[in-house]
Unconditional design. Structure first.
Length: 173
């Protein structure tokens, strides 16, 4: 099933990839000068699917940074365990096994051993994952306010080359 958004210059073909999140977007050339409507369509797609992919996008690091600045999202260091997405109003578990060390106000046995261990396992169950098959010039955008990037090292012994930018974001609530 595809979703179509008509824009000033083109239509976006949006193909959902997994049950809970993820979509591949076709019909938008990110190497050209994007207008306000293009950014609104990207943001609307990101809000709906939380993780979006574009193929055949040969863009420079400067273009990627400009795109990131126009979309703007990134979590701060201290945050609630459950946060409300500022644009969609959806609730999201906002813990990450690489960065979340404890829950303030709880003893370590309650925080680390019980609750955080459960939440770390829960957010990585299959129903909350999306797998993307990379090709040259692919671009992925995920909303750090409600998703986690957890790469799988299944390309060894090949080398993986990527360029990444992170976007400053809002204060979670």
């Amino acid at each position: 099933m595809s979703t179509w958004f008509r824009g000033a210059l083109s239509m976006l073909d949006i193909k959902p990839m997994a049950g809970a999140l993820g979509a591949e977007i076709h019909g938008l050339d990110l190497s050209r000068e994007l207008d306000e409507e293009d950014f609104l369509r990207i943001r609307k797609s990101l809000n709906e699917y939380q993780l979006i992919f574009f193929r055949d996008q040969d863009i420079s690091p400067a273009k990627m940074t400009a795109l990131a600045d126009a979309i703007a999202e990134n979590p701060p260091v201290r945050h609630p365990v459950i946060r409300t997405h500022p644009e969609t109003g959806k609730k999201a578990i906002f813990v990450n096994s690489l960065f979340t060390t404890h829950i303030e106000g709880l003893r370590p046995a309650e925080s680390d051993d019980a609750l955080l261990s459960f939440l770390f396992r829960h957010v990585t169950t299959d129903e909350f994952t999306c797998r993307f098959h990379w090709q040259p010039n692919s671009l992925a955008i995920w909303d750090n306010r409600c998703t986690q990037h957890r790469p799988v090292n299944d390309y060894f012994p090949a080398h993986r080359r990527m360029e990444r930018t992170t976007i400053d974001g809002d204060k979670p609530y």
